[in-house]
Design a protein around this ligand. Sequence first.
Ligand code: HEC
Ligand code: HEC
Length: 287
Amino acid sequence: MKSRIVASAFAAALVSASVTALADPIEDTQIEINGGEVVLPTRAPAPEFLKDTFDEVLSGWLYRDPDTRAMETDDFENPGMIFVDQGIDLWNAVDGSEGKSCASCHNEIEDSMKGVRAHMPKMSEAGDDLWSLENFVNNCRVERMGAEEWGWNSAEMKNMTSAISLQSRGDPIDVAIDGPAAEWWEKGKEIYYTRYGQLELGCFNCHEENAGNMIRADHLSQGQINGFPTYRLKDAGIVSIHQRFTGCVRDTRAETFKPGSPEFRALELYVASRGAGLPVEGVAVRH
Ligand code: HEC
Ligand code: HEC
């Protein structure tokens, strides 16, 4: 009973214009990190297929409060950087039956992983599956190191994807959505526009129709993934892309897809393409 009241209040808050006060994102156009050493644009022209919906695609950073925004502008204040350091330690650590570390083959992470995150997810090495960054990491661990797979949302995996993503900081998101990726993209789009759960809400209800509006005390962004992996203050830790999707689907009171599932990888490709041109911010800070 109680949960039904909460649920319907939630849905009502979302659809009633009188409750959802419009709160525009701040006007800033860039994130200046370490006193301007790194400068990240926060806006990009919307990709062709979104032109009827948005003029611009916007970083989630623009919707956060000043304290949260400030944390991302200084690598010493950004709590995510601790996890990046742990990822770099893992990069150099020997593991598995082959006696190799990532560095044994890929050498310096700064060089070999530069730009990699900006093109994820993409088709697998064999070209018959769509892989997220996590799949590429596990493929090397299992096939090339003789090591155990890491769990999708394990600390090791999130530390590693954080360390790899940082090497692409500033590179515009640029994912292939044609060729063999096209059917994945279509599948992801279908999921984005499907209403799930008791509340019958789809991603589009919140992040497209209500982007810029308040939902309870939360300022709804476009739900972009260029900031991931993200340090989330609420979780006091790193959150992966699929972990964030899980949270959002659960908020609609629906059963969610599994992290790493084909559905979430397809959705990841579609959402990534909606943010084409926005820079990789990882590791971003969100509340
Ligand atoms: C035995 C050598 C070897 C080891 C050890 C190894 N890799 Fe790889 N890795 C490769 C090869 C070969 C490829 C495919 C060609 C390429 O992209 O360099 C690859 C591809 C990748 C890719 C995809 C890059 C892209 O642009 O598509 C990622 C990410 C990656 N490796 C991460 C790792 C991580 C993280 C580790 C350690 C946990 C690791 N690799 C260990 C050889 C290795
Ligand atoms: C009931 C409303 C609601 C629905 C439906 C919803 N989300 Fe969210 N989502 C939120 C809220 C609230 C936040 C936190 C504030 C923000 O960044 O928008 C959020 C945050 C996000 C973020 C993080 C953005 C950033 O910059 O940190 C992503 C990515 C995201 N959502 C994707 C999705 C996807 C994909 C779906 C569909 C599976 C979805 N959301 C469905 C409410 C929703």
